[in-house]
Each structure stands twice: as C-alpha cells, then as structure tokens.
Design a protein around this ligand. Sequence first.
Ligand SMILES: [Zn+2]
Length: 399
Amino acid sequence: MRYILLIPDGAADKPVAELGGKTPLAALNPPGMAALAGGMAGQARTVPMGVAPGSDTAILTIFGNDVKSGYKGRAALEAAGAGIGLQEGEAALRVNLCSISSDKRMASHNGFGIEGDDALALADALARDETFSGLARRAGFTIHPSPTFRQIGVLANAGSEPFDLAEPHMILGRSIEEHLPRGGRADELTALIRASYLALSAHPLNISRGGRAANCIWPWAAGRAMALPDFADKYGRSGPVISAVPLVKGIARLSGLPAPDVPGATGDIDTNYEGKLDALLDGFKAGADFGCVHVEAPDECAHARDAQAKTEAIRRFDSRIIMPLLERMPRIDPDFRVLMLSDHLTLLSSGAHDGAPVPFALYDSRDPGRPRPFSEDSTRYGRYIADGSVLMDLLFERE
Ligand SMILES: [Zn+2]
C-alpha cells in the first residue's frame, strides 16, 4: 500500500467575475481532480481559528502538527529547507536585499529583483566590509549567502524577548526610520541595517544600478530553533516530500523526511512537473510507502491576482501530475491512496491567503468510485474535518 499527498498550493479560492462568477477549480473542472474526488470529498480546516493563514501554518497542520503550541515562525523552517540547522537558542531571519531611496524610504523590498551572481556579490561585499562584519561578529549574526534577494540570517543567543520586525513589502514608499527594528535585539539589528546601507551604497554594482540599487539589508520574519515530531515515528510511514520551496522542504526535513532537489523545480508556473512526478515515483520504486508533491504555482499566480494564470497552473497540476500519476501508479503498486488538497485559499480578489476550510479529495485505488466535479462548492456537503491535523490519519487509514 502506498500513500500519496498532493498539494496544489493556494488552489482554492472564492468566485471571481473574470471567471464568470466561478472559482478557478469550478471554472476548470479538472478531470484528474474529478477522478480523485470519486473516492471521498469534503472540506477540511487546515488553519486553526485564530492562526494566521499561510503555507507554514497550513502545511504544518496537514503534516499533523499542532501550530497553536510551539510554532516559532517560518524563518526557522526555511533555514532547515536551505540545509541550515539551527542550534538551541539561535534564531533564523529572512534578510532581504532591499532598496532604500536617497530620502530613506523603502523603494523596493527585493532590491528591484536582484538575483544570481549580483545578489551573491553583495552578500560577499557585506562579509568583507569591516564595519558591518565587526558589528555582525559582536552580535553573533551570520548571513548565509543565497543567489536571490532573500538571504538567510542566523542570530546566536536570540534571547527570549519577542522580535518586532517590519515586513519590508508592507512599508514600501514609507520612511524606514519609523519602521526600524523593535523588540528583541533591536539596537544591534538596527546598527546592522545602517552599516549595510553604508557598505552597499558605495558598491560598484549598485552605483551602476543607479536608482535601482540593492543597497540595504532588512532582517524580518525571525523564527527560533524548533523541533517537529518525527513523521516516521508518529505514522510508521516515510518517503520523499517533493517541493521547490524552502519552507516545505524545511517542514519535511524537520519531520525527518527527505526533501530531494528536483532540477527545474522553480516554484512558478513553468516548474518541472514531470520531474516532480518522477521523483515521487522513484521514491516508491525505492521502497517508500509515502510521498508528497507540492506545487507552489497556483498560490503565486493568485498573489499576482492573475485569474487566467492561476487556472492554467491548476490545469498543469492536473494534467501533468495527477493524470499521469493515476496512469503510472498501478504498475508500481496497484493499491494506493491519494489525499489531494489546497493548503489554504489564496484569493484572486485580494492576493491574500484565507484560512477558511479547503476542499479535499481522498482517492483509494481499491474503491475509486466514479469521477465527480471537485470544487469549493461541490465539496460543501461532503465530509467536514474540523481539525486538519487529523488528515494524515485519514490518508493512512488510522481512524
Ligand atoms: Zn500555501
């Protein structure tokens, strides 16, 4: 028996006018999802009441964790996903390379899209700058270079005082002086921000970028070291979690599950769907009895508020992962179950996450049923799961 978890991130939605008053799922009526819904379909609350909806809280819940106790912030998960193990007492932070205008306003939270060797060159310049590196050393602050605007910082001796760090994309156009760090380690983090501005503004790369300079770091989204229960101990099942995004890889690795890197898995609509499915099936061929494929694209398209792109991302997930999975799986093991659900809603209307219950489908190859439409509406009168942390028990027939 093999058990499969499929997560089209943020696929669920509310009806929008661009799609004739339908949601992307309802407008598309994807045949693979309809086949999965032939088994059992319903809705599940994957984000507990009172918890901020996001892939972190939702996917932790789907993997059977209680996010109301002991969850310490997504940066620790992302650090684990990037292969950075936090020691007890350390905190991870997202460290954006952002752009500060000459009148000290947040001009771009991602340094006008700085990436690749340019991003690495700026991280290197910070490490070589005497003032910045001296401050960083005294603060116990390390930047793990990454070829994106999003560096990962680790702070030793994070202490217990809560961090209070502004989200850089939320202060666009505003004066940074009013949004500098507060709370835990505020003075040291502020000094690092100021020193980074002095070090990076004079960098030749930034001088050549003119008004688009990625000239300042912005630490935020701090998360303290955290441990998750071992998935294999808890459920007696194990296998790979296939995802492009560090957050999901981090949840997997902290749960003791492998999270292999798939070439061409990008987190956007042009991701390597075939490569991801192959990685899942390779896991089963190697003896795994569990496997998960997560695709970020529907969420990203919804954040961009692009209804056509989101619908296309769902169509690709359906035609390039679900359909070939149903076709190829019986040759590996005729007995398998598939749980498929969006982790949370991502609303085309606002570009924001929403924690309302999500539609799910649970397929069993031994009793596949007949295909039926899979949408937010069609699952409304199916089984209702009030606590999404029992979904793995449902998949694993443990209830
Ligand atoms: Zn998500």
